[in-house]
Unconditional design. Structure first.
Lengths: 208, 208
DNA sequence: AAACAACCTGAGTTCAGTTCAGTTTGACTG
DNA sequence: CAGTCAAACTGAACTGAACTCAGGTTGTTT
């Protein structure tokens, strides 16, 4: 499985593209996209603002790239986690666990993704931005299909009661991703606890 | 119950405040906040752009007002719907139904609220904006408490298995509000069907 | 009809994002 | 090891949408 890494090995040795993405994830993740100046990202990387345009067409293009990479990762993790599983309830469980098995940087990326999801709705004027947007949209649909097809398989096998798999899948996904809105690593409740709680909820919701 | 109306009866007869809010809800709801020009709202109301500043300190102040009003409405509806109910499972059911008993304009307001939720995280520079932000934040906490205390009452009565009511409440709320990200009145599935589906999910999640 | 507050406007300002017209850097070639 | 080239970068200028300012208009009240 080719993981979606923020540092692309295809780049030249002098390239700061990866460093820009890492800095942008930090800033966008902490203060939010609108709240962070594009020039602050440049400062953090240690280059002038205009050098950013050597790597990204715009601030939005950088954001869309971050979102696309995170969606790719989410999809890949889902596929990897559920690959060997044939028992529907267990497949459901590992899928939920995979969704919460993330690093601190990935938490920030999920937060950025959730906070700016609506950016994917409207077309972009520039070509490269639009390419990233369309790719991200397709990945959103792919992740949705990951969940709905898991549910449909379980229903076909008789392990889950038959219900509208699409709406149900969106509900499960909605509950899972809503965590990234409020979860902070320094908060009162730890991620493994949340993961267990949600896992139980999802199983009761789907399998009973 | 004093409902949070977009047209405030306290205003002068010449005031266009309500008309601005209605126009802003339409534009922000359809194209998104960032994607709509503040001047387009003025055009729609039929006034010059600068006249907007007679009613709102800024574009963000208008958005925050819309969000606060919608949160107030959500809270009020929850309280109104669950007021007479004593049986925990039925209380849970009516709360979910109330969350989906909304007009088309309220759907747009929910969409705006969900899409711009992260705006409530960071302080605002201007005073009136900050007042609205803090009020909105408090209402978010109030709505969260509405759900968690409903769950805690049910657990205390032995109607629901005892679990972490706060995390569980946020999960339920997350699943419900995630609907406003993708639901469109013209879509393939109708709101009453979604409402029923979610109601069932929530009951299984909580009461089993 | 005078006074006044609410309501509105055109011209100008600001500032983050972006473009432009080049300059520097360093890897590779002959 | 000098020359070449693309990748990487820069300071100065531009853009456009949000916003400010210094007043003008409207309608209500007494």
């Amino acid at each position: 499985m080719a993981r979606a890494r923020i540092v692309d090995p295809e780049e030249g040795p002098r390239s700061k593209r990866g460093a820009i993405l890492v800095a942008a994830v930090e800033r966008f993740g902490e203060d939010g996209y609108e709240n962070t100046k594009w020039s602050e990202v440049a400062d953090r990387v240690g280059i002038g603002q205009t050098a950013l345009y050597h790597y990204f067409e715009s601030k939005a293009h950088c954001l869309l790239t971050i979102m696309r990479l995170e969606l790719q990762r989410s999809h890949d993790m889902f596929v990897e986690a559920t690959a060997g599983e044939t028992e529907p309830v267990e497949e459901l469980r590992v899928a939920v666990r995979a969704a919460f098995a993330v690093s601190d940087q990935e938490i920030r990326q999920m937060r950025i993704l959730q906070a700016n999801m609506s950016l994917l709705a409207n077309p972009r004027k520039s070509k490269r931005e639009e390419t990233e947007r369309v790719a991200a949209r397709q990945l959103v649909q792919m992740v949705e299909r990951d969940w709905t097809s898991l549910l449909m398989r379980g229903m076909a096998k008789g392990a889950f009661p038959v219900r509208d798999a699409h709406t149900l899948g969106l509900g499960v996904l909605g509950m899972i991703v809503s965590v990234w809105r409020w979860y902070r690593p320094t908060g009162a409740i730890a991620l493994p606890e949340i993961s267990e709680m949600i896992e139980g909820c999802v199983v009761r919701m789907i399998a009973e």
